[in-house]
Design a protein around this ligand. Structure first.
Ligand SMILES: NC(=O)c1ccc[n+]([C@@H]2O[C@H](COP(=O)([O-])OP(=O)(O)OC[C@H]3O[C@@H](n4cnc5c(N)ncnc54)[C@H](O)[C@@H]3O)[C@@H](O)[C@H]2O)c1
Length: 313
């Protein structure tokens, strides 16, 4: 059983419990300093958690830190963050190219590329390093939590904590339990997420969960609409912004998410639900094969290298 209340614990009210189960999240490890990982580090540090941010190279870590600084500067300019809070948050973030830096983390959130083999390899290298009581989670957009959990040494301490992009701005987090996820793991993860002042939607563990199960087929359909010549990039985005009141056109949104991530999610839906309605559009495949992955590579359905984005078709 897990004792939720720190005061009760210090009063000894939980002394008959198995204390190896008691985890109070103080230190959060984030694996992957890309757009999601640096966002998770950003909001965790602002909420008062110590953070260690890990990626495979110093370059990637430096890019992640630069994004955090830039995003915090925007919050400062808007008046939603004070300089003191910014400085305290930045001081809470340490970085490392070495997984051993995750050894004292209470909660580790994996946010590496949306590729099951890469994620499995990460879990294999990280699990032996973690504290036995540490919770391991994934920010996967679509891959089965139950299957990923089976690649770890702690399926009962494994959970999906699915943040939305951009993490500092978007209020929702989907919490996804695998078949073995314990109640303690769920409650501790819920406490951490609420500590970030996010709103939780609990999803069952099925391909792409809720948000992406609905959103990605819409984006894929927009790409088919382009592929079949029904409309141009600009026409499709304008149509959905002004005709369906979406804040951003679907092709602009696809570039923002990352076209590699969009393709991976469609593949997970297509294979996981065995239904041809989820077939990834061949044009999406072509963009990914070209390495035109959207904003992160400066080119996708739009070219971002100039002053203003220009459609690439
Ligand atoms: N992009 C989105 O809109 C979005 C939204 C929600 C969830 N997600 C999910 O978050 C995860 C990350 O997506 P992203 O958009 O941040 O991708 P990204 O490409 O911006 O970043 C991925 C990072 O992982 C790092 N990485 C790769 N292999 C690694 C390893 N072995 N060890 C440590 N780091 C490694 C890369 O160097 C890179 O910095 C994916 O699972 C994705 O599906 C993405």
């Amino acid at each position: 059983m897990f004792c939720e209340n720190a005061k009760l614990r210090s009063n000894g009210a939980c002394k008959n419990l198995d204390l190896t189960m008691v985890v109070e999240v103080k230190k959060v490890g984030v694996i992957g300093a890309g757009q999601m990982g640096n966002g998770i580090a950003h909001v965790s540090a602002l909420a008062g958690y110590d953070v260690v941010l890990h990626d495979i190279s110093q370059d990637r870590i430096d890019n992640g830190l630069a994004s955090i600084s830039g995003n915090m500067a925007r919050q400062l300019a808007k008046g939603t963050l004070t300089e003191e809070a910014r400085n305290l948050a930045l001081a809470r973030i340490t970085t490392s190219e070495n997984v051993s830096s995750l050894a004292d983390a209470d909660l580790v959130i994996e946010a590496v590329s949306e590729n099951e083999q890469i994620k499995r390899k990460v879990f294999q290298s990280v699990c032996p390093i973690l504290k036995p009581e540490a919770i391991l989670s994934t920010n996967t957009s679509s891959i089965s939590i139950t299957r990923l959990a089976s690649a770890t040494d702690r399926p009962e301490k494994f959970i999906g904590i699915h943040f939305m992009n951009p993490v500092p701005v978007m209020e929702l987090v989907e919490l996804v339990r695998g078949i073995a996820t314990s109640d303690d793991t769920f409650e501790i993860s819920k406490g951490y997420t609420l500590g970030l002042k996010k709103t939780i939607a609990v999803s069952e563990d099925f391909p792409a969960f809720m948000v992406n199960r609905i959103l990605l087929p819409m984006i894929n359909e927009a790409i088919y609409t382009l592929y079949e010549g029904v409309g141009s990039v600009e026409a499709i985005d304008t149509a959905m912004r002004l005709g369906a009141n979406h804040p951003m056109g679907p092709l602009q949104l696809a570039d923002f998410i990352g076209l590699d991530t969009c393709l991976s999610i469609m593949q997970v839906l297509y294979e996981g639900l065995a239904d041809t309605k989820y077939r990834p559009c061949p044009l999406l495949v072509k963009y990914v094969e070209a390495g035109w992955l959207g904003r992160k590579t400066q080119r996708g359905f739009y070219d971002y290298r100039g002053e203003v984005p220009v459609p690439t078709r």
